[in-house]
Design a protein around this ligand. Structure first.
Ligand code: Q9C
Ligand code: ZN
Length: 331
């Protein structure tokens, strides 16, 4: 829903096809499907009531009217300031509004199954890395970094990066860092770990004064309580090119090193590309090799989680350039 009209979604299935074909063509490593997993692990990051909502949302939507099977479900009412959030109404539209923070992330047939399988990719990648693999890439959609413990938005439903970071913690690592390089601030990941001193969250993104998700992502958000000092935001203006962007990423990586992280989770959005239709940074395809090699210089076991990136035709090359830049430097 954009400017009062239903418009085509930017988060297209073809995005993955391009990355997968480039990945297999350039032979970066074995490609495998994730193992099955128990839904209970999702509750390490998400609330049980939110997971229950997502699990049954499509059936609940169709139960309102069988004709809804042909339409996406969108929120229409939100518990904004002055309204109660402590009681989730029974009404479906009201529950949708409780959990959604924008109108750009419709639920459709298969949303839950896709989000769940995507989370499975992130969990599998984190388990591989916890088990001694130098690096793994979770290639899935929908993306995850805008999803919080109990909310969805920004095309995200389950927070794959947070699930990967929490898995690494649960597998025994004491300090895990997240580096979020998607164009948009990873508000969900920040919120999930905001009071947590064991997961350092760093993010380089478009300034929320002008860029989505607008209501989080400023530099003065540094963590709360026990998590004070463990959140790092580096907002940059629309129009920022690779030189300035790279310095910001290197600063974030120095913070990761100072934190003495034992593993790194990269929220790998490719919407920093100059040709991205909804974003405003100016990275070029060749720059992604250097993004990857800078990340490899952190010398940490690394889980890459696929996030945004909407220049569909160039997305495969950009993603695999980053991974190849990492791989060349890491080996
Ligand atoms: N006119 C991720 O990159 N706003 N999500 C789009 C388009 C939503 C992006 C506005 C952007 C969400 C994972
Ligand atoms: Zn994004």
């Amino acid at each position: 829903m954009f400017r009062g009209q239903m418009v085509p979604c930017f988060a297209l299935p073809a995005r993955l096809d391009h990355v997968l074909s480039e990945l297999t063509g350039r032979k970066l490593g074995p490609v495998q499907m994730p193992a099955t997993f128990d839904d209970a692990v999702l509750a390490r990051v998400h609330t049980p009531d939110y997971l229950q909502f997502l699990r049954t949302a499509w059936d609940d939507w169709i139960a309102l009217d069988p004709a809804n099977a042909q339409r996406d479900a969108l929120p229409s009412v939100w518990p904004n300031q002055g309204l109660r959030r402590d009681r989730a109404p029974d009404n479906f539209a009201a529950r949708m509004g409780m959990y959604a923070f924008d109108t750009g992330s419709p639920l459709t047939a298969g949303t839950w199954e896709a989000a769940r399988e995507g989370a499975g990719c992130a969990l599998a990648a984190a388990h591989a890395v916890a088990g001694g693999t130098r690096a793994a890439f979770a290639l899935s959609r929908p993306p995850g970094h805008h999803a919080g413990a109990d909310f969805f938005g920004g095309y995200c439903f389950l927070n794959n990066a947070a699930l990967a970071a929490q898995t690494l913690r649960d597998q025994g690592l004491s300090r895990v860092a997240v580096l979020d390089i998607d164009y948009h601030h990873g508000n969900g990941t920040q919120a999930i770990f905001y009071e947590c001193p064991d997961v350092l969250v760093t993010s380089i993104h478009g300034d929320p004064m002008t860029e989505y998700p607008f209501f989080l992502g400023h530099a003065d958000e540094t963590g709360r309580g026990a998590g004070s000092g463990f959140n790092v935001n580096m907002p940059l203006p629309r129009g920022t090119g690779f030189g300035v962007w790279r310095e910001a990423m290197r600063f974030a990586l120095r913070r990761v090193r100072d934190f003495r992280a034992q593993a790194l989770v990269v929220s790998m959005g490719l919407d920093t590309f100059e040709g991205d239709p909804i974003s405003g940074f100016l990275l070029k395809s060749g720059d992604y090799f250097l993004v990857g090699s800078d990340i490899a210089d952190a010398a940490l076991p690394t889980v890459f989680i696929f996030e945004g990136g909407y220049a569909v035709a160039q997305l495969g090359v950009n993603a695999v350039n980053l991974l190849e830049g990492f791989e060349r430097r890491a080996s």
